[in-house]
Structures are given as C-alpha cells and as structure tokens.
Design a protein. Structure first.
Length: 180
C-alpha cells in the first residue's frame, strides 16, 4: 500500500490525477470513477462509507471538468460563477455564493482570480457600502462562450454514467433530508 499523502491516506484510496489533455482526459477520469465505485459496491455494506464514496466521486468528476476546461483558463467552480452571473445578472457576492452552494470565503477565493483576469467586476453595493456586487464583464462573456462547448462535452460524458434524472432525484432527496 502506497502512502505518499501528507495526511497518511493510502494512495490507492484517492482518485488518481492524470495529465491527459482536453475532453479525452475527462473521459478517462470518469472511467476511473466508474471502476472505483464498482469496486466499492462489491464491498460489504458496513465497510462502505457513503460520505467517503460521494466525496471520491465528486473529486473525480471535478477533476474531469477541470481537465476539459483547462484550455479556457477556468476551473469548474470559476465556470459556475461566470455562468451564474451570465444567467442571473449582477448580484451580491453572498447571494452568488448561495446560488452556487459555496460558503462566502470560498466564493471570495474564486472571485479574486476572475477579477484579476477582468472576467468579472466587483463593485460596492448601492444600499450597503459593506456589500460587494459581482458583475460579468464582456471579457467574461467571451470566456464563457469559449468554455461552454467543453463543459457540454463533459456533461454528456457524465450523463453516460449518471443520467440527468438520477442526479435530479439525488439532489431532491438530499435537499429534503437537509430540510428535515
């Protein structure tokens, strides 16, 4: 068993990183996830931790999106910010964080590089000087248009493993259990 991880986690229990380029790399990441989940499903039920399994799948899928979006210069979390601002228009950073399901500090870390690259603009809120409002710039719109085809290609790959309806069902179940 390889260790090598700073926290002592065995390497075999972590998703492998790859240097594959583009959408083909995303496909390889998703194939890896499928194999690992299948292996976990063969374990005894009391040995499988749902949290660990979902985190492992989430990391691998995130890596697939990041790999596919790499030529656009966006990570998937940054893509989500740009896409949300494109769809919903300018909004306070706190609301943006809620829309994307990120905490406020994580949102700030995602906005800083986007602002430096000129993809978004952060301004002081009109009614409250403590509030920051995020706005997508024309450069951000161009970046989004360039990234969308790559994002859609990964979406299709993910749908082969987990159909959209299943993702919606799981999301509804998780939301209803969080409310109760």
């Amino acid at each position: 068993m390889e260790s090598g991880c700073a926290n002592g986690t065995p390497r075999r229990n972590m998703p492998k990183r790859s240097n594959f380029a583009g959408i083909g790399g995303a496909r390889r990441h998703l194939t890896l996830v499928t194999k690992r989940v299948y292996t976990l499903n063969m374990m005894e039920a009391d040995e499988t931790c749902a949290c660990s399994m979902l985190r492992r799948v989430s990391r691998a899928i995130t890596a697939a999106y990041d790999e596919a979006l790499k030529p656009s210069g966006l990570r998937v979390t940054q893509f989500s910010v740009v896409r949300t601002l494109s769809r919903l228009g300018p909004m306070p950073v706190t609301r943006l964080a809620n829309e994307i399901a990120l905490d406020r500090s994580t949102m700030g870390r995602n906005l800083d590089p986007l602002e430096r690259r000129g993809l978004i603009e952060l301004t002081v809120g009109e009614g409250d000087a403590r509030e920051r409002v995020a706005t997508l710039t024309p450069t951000g719109e161009v970046a989004l248009r360039a990234a969308l085809p790559r994002w859609r290609a990964v979406q299709k790959q993910v749908a082969k493993f987990v159909p959209h309806e299943e993702l919606q069902r799981l999301t509804r179940q998780l939301e209803s259990s969080a409310e109760s």
